[in-house]
Design a protein around this ligand. Structure first.
Ligand code: 13P
Ligand code: 13P
Ligand code: MG
Ligand code: MG
Length: 388
């Protein structure tokens, strides 16, 4: 059976600030998705959050980029903005809904999209991931580890079905180019690209031998759409597991090192990506409330929810970072957060100028007066007296 898994995600307002999505907004979205399920538009759904971002996970048979599915998600976010975010005056109500009218596809309109049409295997475990206060390239390192690093994924060595390796589809979000590179053969070329996560993003990965789709990450870049800072492009993704693909535990192992990512406060700082537990899962409402963003609006956090798919139905979620094994990782992330925070507004804690281009820093810089060096050197004290 062919099933499409669609995740469409948006920040429609935070409570308070950019800390958390409001539970009422998640409930509203779940109720609307239940209606769509009754009408037969979708097979199943789940609504969950990470920080201030709400993900609509939907399964259906309509394929990727389907206007009805995208329209459903867009309308839910629009209505939740009007009925909940604006009424409760949530912070940044409608933050990620950048366009007024829907034109058949939410790509380029603000929300993040990760979709995968698959032939459901006899058993189909999937892991959905979402991160807040960071960017899609934040997943470059863990995805590389999952699908190309034998020190992370034992299956690359042990399992004949994975031994041939994987194809990496890497997108250059500035130039709109796609690179397709095989691992393990081209891992140095892969690294040459994905070491710049703000520009080159691992979007899809396929099993090399049969082109089985293994993972997909959202790559919409909000600041490139809006031309100014409107919040980070907090990413979402889908990863299939087991039976010739990385095991669930190999997927999670890739997050056992809290690497540095861009985002955090005002989308302008680097910090460790902390694997976080959900705050609450409410099965009867089909909603799961994610972690809160607290210290310096973070640190950046990633969640992982596991589901077993059966004929398009979602069995789960299982909160996969809710394990003492990850307490140690969270502790290291806290140490790293504390260490780098001490640098305050100095790089490399603060992001480099190219990454600050779309923030409010250029306005501050533009307001500063300057004197050409040669002129100044001729009569320093004149300028010193005039200065303030
Ligand atoms: P404002 O308080 O002006 O919104 O800026 C800080 C911030 O949180 C950026 O989104
Ligand atoms: P979000 O992108 O999660 O809305 O965060 C914006 C921000 O400025 C946090 O400090
Ligand atoms: Mg926000
Ligand atoms: Mg966010």
């Amino acid at each position: 059976m062919k099933v499409t898994i669609s995740i469409i995600k948006a920040d429609i307002g935070g409570c308070p600030g950019h800390a958390w999505a409001h539970p009422k907004a998640l409930e509203f979205a779940a109720e609307r998705l239940a209606e769509a399920q009754k009408k037969g538009l979708i097979i199943d759904y789940y609504v969950y959050s990470c920080g201030d971002d709400i993900s609509l996970l939907m399964t259906h048979t309509k394929g990727e980029n389907n206007p009805e599915i995208h329209g459903l998600a867009w309308n839910i976010f629009k209505e939740a903005t009007e009925n909940i975010a604006k009424k409760l005056k949530l912070y940044g109500a409608g933050q990620d809904l950048l366009k007024e009218t829907f034109s058949g596809n939410v790509r380029g309109m603000g929300p993040q999209v990760a979709e995968m049409e698959i032939e459901e295997r006899p058993s189909e475990p999937i892991v959905v991931i979402a991160a807040d206060k960071t960017e899609p390239g934040a997943f470059n390192l863990p995805l590389f580890k999952m699908f190309a690093d034998p020190f992370t994924t034992a299956g690359l060595v042990i399992d004949p079905e994975m031994h041939a390796g994987f194809k990496f589809e890497i997108i250059d979000v500035y130039e709109g180019r796609v690179y397709i590179l095989d691992a393990p053969e081209r891992i140095y070329d892969i690294m040459a690209l994905i070491g710049t996560p703000g520009r080159y993003i691992i979007r899809r990965i396929y099993r090399k031998e049969d082109l089985l789709p293994a993972s997909v990450i959202s790559v919409e870049r909000l600041n490139l759409i809006a031309g100014k800072y409107v919040g980070k492009d907090d990413p979402v993704g889908i990863i299939r597991a087991q039976h010739g693909l990385p095991a669930v535990g190999e997927i999670l192992e890739a997050f056992a090192y809290p690497h540095m990512v861009s985002g955090w406060m005002r989308g302008s700082h680097s910090g460790p990506l902390m694997p976080a537990k959900m705050t609450a899962i409410i099965p009867e409402k089909k909603i799961a409330l994610g972690p809160k963003m607290t210290r310096f609006d973070g640190p950046p956090k990633v969640i992982a929810l596991g589901f077993q798919l059966h004929d398009g139905y979602l069995e789960g979620p299982v909160d996969l970072f809710d394990d003492p094994a990850f307490d140690y990782v969270r502790l290291i992330a806290s140490f790293v957060a504390d260490y780098i925070r001490k640098m305050g507004p100095i790089m490399p804690h603060r992001l480099p100028p190219e990454e600050m281009e779309y923030t409010t820093l250029p306005k501050v810089l533009a307001s500063l007066k300057y004197i050409p060096v040669e002129e100044y050197e001729k009569d320093r004290y004149k300028y010193l007296k005039e200065s303030s």
